[in-house]
Design a binder for this molecule. Structure first.
Ligand SMILES: [Zn+2]
Length: 127
């Protein structure tokens, strides 16, 4: 057997992640309309998937209105059932911030999650 083509492998993985990212961006626009988020966040890949000992699935950044998603999560999720959960969770942070100017997982966040019938798993913490 010849040597494994790591460069080709990296290109395939990269194309795969970009494809999933593009699908998340389309979904962000569609769901933002549904949730009444006036300025739909752009979705991008998290540069670091850990903060200390904590593993981060997703993160909403207020300063640039962006949702960052863990690339390992992005690569492993089942696109049919799970892929909306982290995205929905982060969109609730965006809405909470745009409506109340408040971040975190407090009362406003929980109320918004209930308003849009998020599953308990989607409501759970993002890290
Ligand atoms: Zn969160």
């Amino acid at each position: 057997m010849g040597e494994f083509d790591w460069e080709g492998f990296d290109m395939v993985v990269d194309a795969f992640l970009q494809n999933r990212l593009a699908r998340h961006n389309k979904m962000s626009v569609r769901l933002s309309k549904k949730y009444g988020i006036l300025d739909p966040p752009t979705v991008d890949i998290l540069p670091h998937s850990r903060r200390g000992k904590c593993c981060i699935l997703g993160f909403y950044s207020r300063s640039d209105n962006k949702i960052y998603i863990n690339k390992h999560y992005l690569g492993c999720i089942n696109m049919n059932t799970q892929y909306r959960e982290v995205l929905k969770h982060e969109l609730m942070h965006a809405l909470s911030y745009q409506r109340f100017g408040i971040g975190g997982h407090g009362k406003h966040f929980k109320d918004i999650c209930k308003e849009f019938d998020l599953t308990r798993r989607a409501m759970a913490r993002c890290n």
